[in-house]
Design a protein around this ligand. Structure first.
Ligand code: 56B
Length: 340
């Protein structure tokens, strides 16, 4: 098989060869128009990452960067078999589920004096300690706890050996290039290598590596070491929530067979239909961004900063969280893996 396609090349190639997932141009335009109304608001700007989400760090220092690295190293597979029966974490008087249950568990550990964001700690943390740190209020533990433990040890050891134990050193080696940081991460940390094959080509999604770059940009507020000149080259993150919301909003369509299959069974990582869902979602958001930028241009809107796929992704992901009930009729694809 020839060379590895970039995430953007992969998404375009998949969208052009997809059999069960389709991008709907009318739907793309409608989502762009929905976002246009938000283009000058607080959501579609880098500050939203801290202002909207109380569990995210307030600071922009080395500790905040290492918090982001730990979170995104474990940022995968939170979905549960039944929505009524899932992992829940209590913190600061509130209860969190899904991705936020991870953030709540990490913040709870820090408050308990456990230095969970320090590589010297998680490089040798034991499975029992990880079970305690990620403990749920229900009898449903966070999924893939053993994998999370293995990845913590592996990642902590590499961060100590190659980057002096701090992800900030890795960021500083990237010379303010998002692409260089993306490649430093996937070259050095195996659990971030979200690559597979489709129609004989080697393709990449790099979902956790891309969201790590995006969250690093956000936590550093796009300044100093986080002033990535090529941040707009990062695509949307191919998880299991964005496809669901894109179908719900009409920008993406599934074949009847695929809809039927999603209701009945899991999809395996690298399965053709799973790759089509992820790839078409990424390409769909690229088209939405292009359409939105055209609308902003036509309207002569003044936006508070450059609108990129990261900000669209964050907005759509939050939208999916806020509309969980409305979206019940649209199945999300259930894949158990460490990549998203
Ligand atoms: N496409 C995309 N996928 C994202 C995120 C996030 C959270 N990140 C940002 C959001 C707020 C903060 O600002 C963070 O920066 C988590 N996920 C994925 O979703 C899944 C968890 O979903 P649920 O089971 O419903 O909690 C899982 O695959 C997780 O990896 C995102 O932003 N975009």
């Amino acid at each position: 098989m020839d060379g590895l396609l970039t995430p953007r090349e992969s998404a375009k190639f998949i969208a052009e060869n997809s059999r069960d997932v389709f991008i709907d141009d009318g739907g793309v335009r409608r989502v762009a128009e929905l976002l246009l109304a938000k283009a000058t608001g607080p959501e579609l700007r880098i500050g939203g990452w801290k202002e909207i989400h109380e569990l995210n760090p307030r600071g922009a220092d080395e500790a905040a960067v290492n918090w982001v690295f730990l979170i995104d190293t474990l940022n995968f597979s939170f979905w549960s078999e039944s929505d009524e029966h899932k992992c829940l974490v209590g913190f600061g008087g509130k209860t969190y589920s899904g991705y936020w249950s991870l953030c709540a568990a990490v913040n709870r550990a820090l408050e308990e004096g456990i230095p969970i964001t320090s590589a010297s700690y998680y490089a040798t943390v034991t499975l029992d300690e990880v079970r305690h740190i990620l403990r749920s209020e229900t009898d449903v533990p966070m999924p893939l706890i053993e994998e999370r433990h293995r990845i913590l040890n592996e990642t902590g050891k590499i961060l100590l050996e190659k980057f002096g134990g701090s992800f900030l050193n890795c960021v500083q080696k990237s010379d303010k290039s998002a692409q260089k940081l993306l490649h430093l991460v996937v070259e050095n940390f195996p659990s971030y290598r979200d690559v597979t094959q489709f129609e004989g080509k080697r393709i990449s999604f790099y979902k956790r590596a891309q969201i790590l770059v995006a969250d690093t940009w956000s936590v550093l507020e796009g300044k100093g070491d986080g002033c990535f000149k090529d941040i707009s080259s990062i695509t949307m993150f191919a998880d299991y929530r964005l496809p669901q919301v894109l179908v719900y909003l009409g920008a993406l369509k599934y074949s009847d067979e695929l809809l039927e299959k999603l209701r009945k069974e899991m999809l395996f990582y690298g399965n053709r239909q799973e790759v089509e869902i992820r790839g078409c979602s990424v390409w769909c958001v690229e088209l939405i961004r292009d359409c939105l930028l055209e609308l902003i241009e036509k309207k002569g809107e003044e936006t508070t900063g450059e609108i990129n796929s990261i900000l669209l992704d964050y907005y759509l992901w939050d939208y999916a969280r806020d509309h969980r009930e409305d979206m019940k009729g649209v199945p999300f694809h259930r894949t158990r893996c460490i990549y998203y």
